[in-house]
Design a protein. Sequence first.
Length: 134
Amino acid sequence: AAWFGLLPTSPVQAAEPSDSGWVEMSYISGWGPCPSTRTCFDRWTVERASRMLRRTGAQGALNRQLSVQEMAQLDTWVARARQHAIDCPPSPTDVSDSLDIGYRHAPRFSQDVTGCAHSPDANPVKELRAWLSR
């Protein structure tokens, strides 16, 4: 499955950010098996400074500036999802989801969140994914 190469492979960073201010975040959701002629992932990226939400992938391209209120909501979802991400259950094998958060004064956080994103139970990772997909 070609889309697995797009996912971050770095280990979870145990250090907490020194402030709650992330500078950019991305969420990647992929599925397979994927024929080479199709795109089988979506990537959402948000840059804090510009408040710009960018989506690329199977759903097509989208660029949209988030309002101040939307950024406040996203801050909440990102913080909750990051906290929950380290306890995700085992992952299904035909899908893959990852959360990547860059901080100004702390190590980057990269985590496979597939088990949380596809869990039957409600959780902050699923809420973040739904918020980005709206």
